[in-house]
Design a protein around this ligand. Structure first.
Ligand code: ZN
Length: 387
C-alpha cells in the first residue's frame, strides 16, 4: 500500500468510497467532512458536522481548509460524483488520506443520519424546491418573493394567467383590483374563473382559484373600479404593478400614478391575434426609461381601439401575454436578468413571430420628463374620449 501511495498519482485514480454510516463513524473519530456543493444547495440541508466549501473554492486553495496532506478528509456532495472529482483533484496535489461519501447527501439523508436543516418549513421547501435549486433564486430569492406584493389590475384575460403563475411562484401577497363579475363569455380565456362561479365577483372567484393553488399566498381583493380617487390606495405597498386593464382611461391613469409613485408597471395588451408587452419604469428611472405616454402620448380615437368585447380575441393570446408579464414581474422582484424596460415586445400569433422595438423616453413627455413636476390626475374618461 505504501508503495502504491508513492506511485505517480493520475487523475481518475480510484478514490476510497465510504457509506454514509462509515463516514459518520470516521467523522466522530476526528476526520474532516467537507460538503463541496454550492452554497444554494448546502443551505437546503447538510450532513451534520460537515463544513461547507464549494468545489471550486476548495480546489483553488485546499490548504486554507485542510491542515495537512495526511489529514483525513471525507468529501460529500449531492449524489457522490462531485466529491469523487474533488478527491481525485486533491489526491493529484499530494493529499493522501481522502475518501468520498457514496451517494452523497441524498444517501446520508435516506439513511436517517443527522442533518443540519435550514430554518424553512417543509411546505416551503417542497413547494418551491425547483426555485430553490436555481442559484439565482435560492432561499433568499424565494423569501424575497414571499415578502413581495404585486398589484394586478384586472382579474380578466391578462390578470388570470399572471396572477395564477405569480401565486404558484410564491409571491406572498397578490392584490387583485376588479369591479366586474364573472360572465360566461369570459371563460374562453379568463382561466382563474369557473363555470360554477358565473355571476360571482371576479376578485372573489379569483381568490378561490389562487388560494386553492397556493394557500401561502395572501389575496387582497380590491373590488372597485380604478379611478383618480382610489388609484393611490390601490398602489399602496405594491412592489410591481401588472396592467391587465381592458380600457384606455385605466391604462393612462395607472401609468401616471406609477410614474408619480415610482412603481414599475408591467404593461400588456391584446387585440384579436396580436399582443404586446413592455415594462414602464420611468418613475424610478427618470429620463432613462420611458413611460406609456412616451409611447402613446394620446389615446387612439375610441372607434380605432375596440376592446375584446367588440373586436374579439383568440382565447390563448392573453395567456401568452399575461405570462410574459408575470415573467417580467418575477424578474423585477428578484432583480434578475434584463427587464423589458425601454423595449416593446410585439407578438403575432398567426405568424408566430415576436418583434422588438426600442423605446426611448420622450424628453417632452407630459408626465415623466426629467425635472417635470407631476401634473396631477386628469379626467381620463374625457381624455380618452378625445374630448
Ligand atoms: Zn413618459
Amino acid at each position: 500500500m505504501r508503495l502504491l501511495a508513492r506511485a505517480p498519482i493520475m487523475l481518475g485514480m480510484p478514490i476510497r468510497e465510504l457509506s454514509p454510516a462509515e463516514a459518520l463513524a470516521r467523522l466522530q473519530a476526528g476526520a474532516l467532512l467537507v460538503d463541496v456543493r454550492e452554497s444554494h444547495e448546502r443551505e437546503l440541508g447538510m450532513a451534520q458536522g460537515a463544513s461547507g466549501v464549494a468545489m471550486a473554492e476548495l480546489e483553488r486553495d485546499p490548504s486554507a481548509y485542510v491542515p495537512g496532506a495526511d489529514t483525513e478528509v471525507l468529501l460529500i456532495c449531492q449524489g457522490g460524483r462531485r466529491s469523487q472529482l474533488v478527491a481525485e483533484n486533491l489526491a493529484s496535489r499530494g493529499y493522501r488520506n481522502l475518501a468520498s461519501v457514496a451517494g452523497g447527501t441524498t444517501a446520508w439523508e435516506a439513511a436517517s443520519l443527522p442533518m443540519m436543516r435550514p430554518q424553512i418549513d417543509t411546505d416551503f421547501a417542497e413547494r418551491y424546491s425547483r426555485h430553490l435549486r436555481l442559484p439565482e433564486i435560492g432561499i433568499a430569492g424565494q423569501r424575497r418573493l414571499e415578502a413581495a406584493r404585486v398589484l394586478v389590475i384586472g382579474a380578466g384575460g391578462l390578470g388570470s394567467p399572471a396572477a395564477f403563475y405569480l401565486a404558484a411562484a410564491g409571491v406572498g401577497t397578490l392584490r387583485l383590483a376588479d369591479d366586474d363579475t364573472v360572465d360566461r363569455s369570459n371563460l374562453q380565456r379568463q382561466i382563474l374563473h369557473a363555470d360554477a362561479r358565473i355571476g360571482m365577483a371576479k376578485v372573489a372567484s379569483a381568490a378561490i382559484a389562487l388560494s386553492a393553488l397556493n394557500p401561502r399566498t395572501k389575496i387582497e381583493t380590491f373590488e372597485e373600479r380604478i379611478g383618480s380617487h382610489n388609484v393611490e390606495r390601490a398602489l399602496e405597498g405594491a412592489d410591481v404593478v401588472i396592467d391587465g386593464a381592458d380600457n384606455f382611461p385605466a391604462r393612462y391613469l395607472l401609468n401616471d400614478a406609477c410614474v408619480k409613485l415610482g412603481k414599475p408597471l408591467v404593461y400588456g395588451a391584446v387585440h384579436r391575434f396580436e399582443g404586446q408587452v413592455s415594462v414602464f419604469d420611468a418613475g424610478r428611472q427618470r429620463g432613462v426609461a420611458p413611460c406609456y405616454r412616451c409611447l402613446f402620448r394620446e389615446p387612439p380615437p375610441p372607434e380605432a381601439a375596440p376592446n375584446c368585447a367588440e373586436a374579439g380575441v383568440l382565447g390563448v393570446l392573453p395567456g401568452v401575454i399575461g405570462l410574459l408579464q408575470a415573467t417580467e414581474a418575477l424578474k423585477l422582484l428578484l432583480g434578475l436578468g434584463e427587464p423589458l424596460a425601454g423595449r416593446l415586445l410585439q407578438f403575432d400569433a398567426l405568424a408566430m413571430r415576436f418583434r422588438e422595438t426600442r423605446l426611448a423616453p420622450d424628453p417632452d413627455c407630459p408626465v415623466c420628463a426629467a425635472e417635470r413636476d407631476f401634473p396631477g390626475y386628469i379626467d381620463y374618461a374625457r381624455f380618452c374620449a378625445g374630448a
